[in-house]
Write a protein that binds this ligand. Structure first.
Ligand SMILES: C[S@@+](CC[C@H](N)C(=O)[O-])C[C@H]1O[C@@H](n2cnc3c(N)ncnc32)[C@H](O)[C@@H]1O
Length: 214
């Protein structure tokens, strides 16, 4: 029997089933908005715990890919008013929520939320000091192409940090993931041109942190 995890909800006279993997890959509709707020609450603490000791210098240009509800960007904009910040997400619900959460920094022109996909990021090549991707790489299409795109956007010496759940072998999430093991992260990132791939599996049980440099 196949394992199904998700929600059934009623909208416009219809009962809709939406699997958790679909909502994770593109949070949508009323349920998507709830998920965006939940992710802001549940996920962001771990990212902050890591970054509070690993913050980039003043004036860094930083992009958070798959920014979801935008809470991590809010943290960065609060901790250093000299960062120039971008968030990218292809879900219109997440873009709206991120804009709401980051209204002040957006008005001050320190932060921009971009709606779009990885294949069409409207930023110049070699223009970013740091790119982050939290709980999102498992949803990226054509992982080699996507990682090559991230590489292009970074300045020489720029960093790419992935923080992701690290599902147990054989589980539903493991089956979905395009990067299934620490070796996969290493191998795919190096093939995209990254050097010094540093993988940490001990930071928090069930999670992986990968830091690499262009
Ligand atoms: C599980 S959520 C994580 C959100 C946030 N990073 C966090 O950790 O709370 C994954 C996010 O990645 C976004 N996403 C997935 N694939 C994407 C793609 N190809 N281009 C842009 N955004 C993408 C989804 O819309 C979603 O908001």
């Amino acid at each position: 029997m196949s394992e199904k995890v998700g929600w059934v909800y009623y909208t416009k006279g219809k009962l809709i089933y939406m699997g958790i993997e679909k909502q994770g890959s593109r949070p949508t509709g009323a349920m998507g908005k709830i998920i965006g707020r939940l992710m802001n609450k549940v996920h962001t603490g771990l990212y902050i715990d890591y970054f509070k000791n690993n913050l980039p210098p003043d004036h860094s240009r930083i992009l958070d890919i798959g920014c979801g509800g935008g809470k991590f960007l809010k943290y960065l904009s609060t901790v250093n008013a000299c960062y120039l910040l971008y968030g990218l997400d292809h879900s219109s619900e997440m873009v709206a929520l991120s804009k709401k959460v980051n209204r002040k920094a957006i008005d001050q022109k320190r932060l921009e939320i971009l709606q779009g996909s990885l294949s069409e990021i409207p930023l110049h090549d070699s223009s970013l000091d740091l790119i982050t991707a939290f709980e999102t790489v498992q949803f990226w299409p054509e992982i080699d192409k996507s990682l090559a795109g991230v590489y292009r956007l970074l300045k020489n010496g720029g960093s790419f940090v992935i923080i992701n759940r690290y599902p147990a072998e054989g589980s539903k999430w493991w089956q979905m993931a395009s990067l299934k093991s620490d070796k996969d992260y290493n191998c795919k990132l190096e093939a995209s041109g990254f050097t010094k791939v540093d993988v940490d599996l001990d930071y928090k049980r069930g999670w992986i942190i990968v830091r690499t440099t262009k």
